[in-house]
Design a protein around this ligand. Structure first.
Ligand SMILES: [Zn+2]
Length: 341
């Protein structure tokens, strides 16, 4: 949604605030989904909010609107009202350390036991929880959004949001074929949002990215148990790109948004992207104008067979559960060719 950043002193955030959290492993198409959701009336995509203290502010990264987050009128308005002295390096450092101390996979059991502030409390947990809650209230106040989208994707982070009072958390578990994910992590990719134009995103081996894929997806099912079936939805990237209107309508219905029409309809494969205010994410968040929605299938022909087999071996039970064909695409092609001859 487009945002008028002028002050709204009389605007009160709805209570509770609906947050749609995209959970899953990186390179699953979450940035594309995030920017598509931002086009829905009443939706506001924050990008990966978890990166705000850890990376965006310390490295002066750009907002999706093109200017630094520290100068974006929307985020300045949100942060001015949410966090005292948020520009101070000491504040950024304090919240970064608090987040690192609490929002970790090994603390997931502790976070899952917490329930709207009545679970085990530490100083770090209180600090980062109150900051995140204040920011979400600030976004609701500044944007008037009926649904706020956070594409941070981290299970421990989702568990933290699930503990916040006044937040109605909807978890969208985004899944993509782990071979496509592994191929994407193996490729060089420029960051494109910091002062250094040569900076690239990290690269991982197929084994490393797949271990993360398995871990995050298993944890997503723990988060699903915490939020309950009415607040959990699993969407496959491949299904989203195969039929964008139906998938987006499914998400709109899931969060109970009323009177919202997807930005694509019928058999249309194109969508027009406007400005967004994402604080972090894949460089695709800077795309503007008309884009074609098409599944990225380069991995099917370019991924080495050894990598595809490694991925399938490490993730076979979950791949099967999510409906992915375990046979390597190249192998399938050979079998089909043999069958025809
Ligand atoms: Zn912005």
């Amino acid at each position: 949604m487009s945002v008028d950043a002028s002050p709204r002193p009389n605007a009160l955030p709805q209570d509770p605030i609906k947050v749609l959290y995209i959970l899953g492993v990186g390179r699953s198409g979450s940035t594309l989904l995030d920017t598509l959701l931002n086009e829905l009336e009443g939706f506001f995509s924050m990008g990966e909010l978890r990166a705000l203290w850890a990376d965006t502010l310390p490295n002066d990264r750009r907002c999706g609107c093109g200017v630094a987050v520290s100068r974006c009128p929307v985020w300045v308005d949100v942060l001015d009202g949410a966090v005292t002295n948020w520009r101070s390096p000491a504040t950024v450092r304090r919240l970064r350390h608090a987040q690192r101390a609490v929002v970790r996979q090994r603390h997931l059991p502790l976070l899952l036991r917490s329930n709207h502030g009545d679970g085990p409390q530490t100083h770090a947990l209180q600090a980062i929880a109150s900051a995140q809650a204040a920011i979400l209230r600030g976004v609701a106040r500044v944007t008037d959004a009926q649904v706020i989208v956070d594409s941070s994707k981290i299970p421990a982070d989702a568990a933290l949001l699930a503990t916040l009072p006044g937040i109605d958390l909807y978890v969208l578990h985004l899944v993509r074929d782990p071979r496509a994910v592994a191929y994407s992590w193996s490729r060089p990719k420029p960051r494109g949002d910091g002062p250094d134009p040569t900076e690239s995103l990290p690269r991982y081996s197929s084994a490393t990215s797949t271990r993360k894929w398995v871990e995050f997806n298993l944890c997503a099912h723990l988060i699903a148990r915490k939020v309950g079936p009415s607040h959990y939805l699993r969407v496959r990237y491949e299904d989203l790109l195969r039929d964008p209107p139906s998938s987006l309508q499914r998400i709109v219905t899931f969060v109970g948004a009323s009177g919202v029409n997807p930005p694509v309809a019928g058999s249309t494969r194109t969508v027009s992207l406007g400005t967004n205010h994402t604080v972090s994410g894949n460089p695709a968040r800077f795309q503007r104008g008309v884009i074609e929605l098409r599944e990225d299938t380069r991995w099917r022909v370019a991924q080495p067979l050894r990598d595809a087999l490694t991925v399938s071996l490490l993730s076979a039970p979950l791949m099967f559960a999510y409906g992915y064909d375990l046979a390597p695409p190249i192998q399938r092609t050979k079998i089909r060719s043999r069958g025809r001859s």
